[in-house]
Design a protein around this ligand. Structure first.
Ligand code: NXA
Ligand code: ZN
Length: 585
């Protein structure tokens, strides 16, 4: 085959030109469906997706005709990525079409799901049911909504997911991999990746157990011990979130020192008449303060920053690269809450990454690994959410710093970051076992609740069975978006934060650091982001932090003062038993 470097360069040039228009067209069709869910838009998206997959197959086949062994590392990496196209490699085009249809059907069921409290009283997840979980302390109403959401989403997807699943086990359609899970893990370019995340999870478990014990004890006071199972689990509908994945909306119940000012600035945002646009301008301002790239004209012109009236949309927030170096958008049904301020930073972090690597060859316009992409915005939020910064931008007017507010702040951050860890870890534990064929369709829900009970210490508030399909009630399962990336991000973002705080000249504990206005930090971060996926992520990590491995140490150092407080407050009432209460066999 062909080892001619000249021809190889011409092929890469052609690929980089044609791929921009091919992927741009694909993103536009997906955007049209995501911002207006209709049968016609769904059909069009599936059609364009198939055409894009087939184009990728053709390019992969042409790339395979080259012998790259004598090419330089960058060319070799580009050829590798052009050939590494996952499920798009499926040669049975009928099956490929069916796969894309099943996925879009599940996405549609999830995004149009509503919880009905009465005949003509049905509410969507965003904003209504999300607000209910954040603000209601009515256990019965929460239980109805918890069950209703799962009846209207997961329960309706079980057969579709079983069909999807049949495409993803061995012989995997992702050419060259044992199954789809193996393909997804390959993006981390280390064959010990699953052991690495397991090691990190075990290392962080003691922090989670202490937080879980403290929250359980407070919630028992709030709701009475009678509705808590003897096994030590926390009923999942009481944790302020539809999936019990972040507990920060319970701050009013959980502050160690309740006499001090509350750190949830939602009320102040509403009082100051914040709009969705204002929320994104606050985030844009932070990136500008670091000397990074500000949001371009198209971003403000073409994003969907709030839920439109009169049509169905996919409300789960996401950031979009239209692969032409100019057009980048966020789609978010923004509500005026602190959680959405944080989400806006998360999504804009993706856009900043797109902007930083927009001149890379197309196959390098990606995160160094998927966890990097999820971490960018959250790193900025670690500065924004400090009381010092919230005070600076006028959202926390009467704030006085002392030891008690310090612990309160760490508790607020732990309810976001520590609470998330087992959830961020378990979703792909479940999915990888499904893709491997270890978890069969007949055990989907049992395997799910074994993980939810075992790792997260939560229990279902109503009995579950294999009639249900609770994984389908979480966006990323019907959306087929890998999830371990968020667990990786929650570890990496503290490593990034520690490094950037050092560069910004911060003195004192990590949790008081705010890198706002530090052009030195901005330059260092930009330099790393601009590399995209052109080099292995350990090189990118080294350029930013000096380390070449993921480390939970910065996260643990950040929360150390809280851990000391929790250990003293909890005594030995810590942990839960492995058996899963109220799972009907
Ligand atoms: C943590 C994850 N974030 C995201 O999807 O952007 C979630 O919302 O479940
Ligand atoms: Zn994200």
């Amino acid at each position: 085959n062909n080892s001619d470097v000249e021809e190889a360069s011409l092929f890469l040039e052609e690929y980089n030109n044609v791929s921009q228009t091919t992927f741009n067209r694909n993103m536009e069709a997906a955007w049209t469906f995501n911002t207006n869910i209709t049968n016609e838009n769904q059909k069009k998206m599936v059609e364009v997706q198939l055409e894009t997959d087939l184009w990728q197959q053709e390019m992969a086949n042409r790339a395979a005709a080259f012998n790259t062994s004598a090419f330089n590392a960058t060319m070799q990496r580009q050829f590798y990525k052009i050939k590494d196209i996952g499920t798009a490699a499926m040669t049975d085009h009928g099956k490929l079409q069916k796969l894309n249809e099943v996925l879009s059907d599940m996405e549609s069921i999830y995004s149009t799901g509503k919880v009905c409290f009465a005949e003509n009283d049905c509410k969507p997840l965003d904003p209504d049911i999300t607000r209910l979980f954040e603000t209601s302390r009515d256990e019965q109403k929460l239980r109805i909504a918890w069950k209703g959401w799962r009846d209207q989403t997961g329960r309706k997807m079980r057969d579709l997911y079983t069909t999807f699943h049949s495409f993803c086990v061995y012989p995997c359609v992702c050419v060259g991999y044992a199954d789809t899970g193996a393909y997804w893990r390959s993006w981390y370019e280390m064959d010990t990746f699953d052991q690495e995340v397991k090691r990190l999870f075990e290392q962080l478990k003691p922090l989670y157990e202490q937080l879980h014990a403290f929250v359980r004890q407070r919630l028992k006071k709030q709701y009475g011990a009678a509705i808590f199972p003897q096994t030590g689990h926390i009923p999942a509908h009481l944790l302020g979130n539809m999936w019990a994945q972040s507990w920060n909306s319970l701050q009013d119940l959980l502050m160690p020192f309740p006499s001090k000012p509350i750190l949830d600035v939602t009320e102040e945002m509403v009082k100051q008449k914040y709009t969705p646009r204002k929320i994104f301008e606050v985030s844009d301002d932070f990136f500008k303060s670091l000397g990074m790239i500000e949001m371009p004209f198209e971003f403000w012109n073409k994003s969907m920053l709030e839920r439109p009236a009169g049509r169905e949309v996919v409300c789960h927030a996401s950031a979009w690269d239209f692969y032409n170096g100019r057009d980048f958008r966020v789609k978010q049904c923004t509500d005026i809450t602190m959680d959405h301020l944080s989400t806006a930073h998360h999504e804009m972090g993706h856009i900043e990454y797109f902007l930083q690597y927009r001149n890379q060859p197309l196959v390098f316009r990606d995160g160094a690994n998927p966890g990097f992409h999820e971490a960018v915005g959250d790193v900025i939020s670690l500065s924004v959410e400090t009381p010092k910064h919230l005070n600076k931008i006028g959202l926390l007017p009467n704030y006085v710093e002392d030891n008690e507010t310090d612990i309160n702040f760490l508790m607020a951050m732990a309810l976001q970051k520590i609470a998330f860890l087992p959830f961020g870890y378990l979703i792909d534990q479940w999915r990888w076992s499904v893709f491997k064929g270890v978890t069969k369709a007949s055990d989907y829900n049992k395997a799910w609740w074994n993980l939810r009970c075992g790792l997260q210490g939560v229990s279902p508030p109503v009995p579950r069975s294999e009639e249900d399909f609770d994984p389908g009630a979480k966006y990323h399962i019907p959306g087929n978006t890998p999830y371990i990336r968020y667990f990786v991000s929650y570890v990496l973002q503290f490593q990034f934060h520690k490094a950037l705080c050092g560069i910004a000249g911060h003195n004192g504990p990590l949790h008081t650091c705010d890198i706002y206005n530090s052009s030195a930090a901005g330059q260092k971060l930009s330099a790393m982001l601009s590399k995209g996926s052109s080099q292995v992520w350990t090189e990118s990590l080294k350029e930013l932090t000096g380390q070449t491995t993921m480390s939970a140490q910065p996260l643990m150092d950040y929360f150390q003062p809280l851990l000391d407080y929790l250990r003293a407050a909890n005594g030995d009432e810590v942990g839960w038993s492995d058996d899963c209460p109220s799972f009907a066999d």
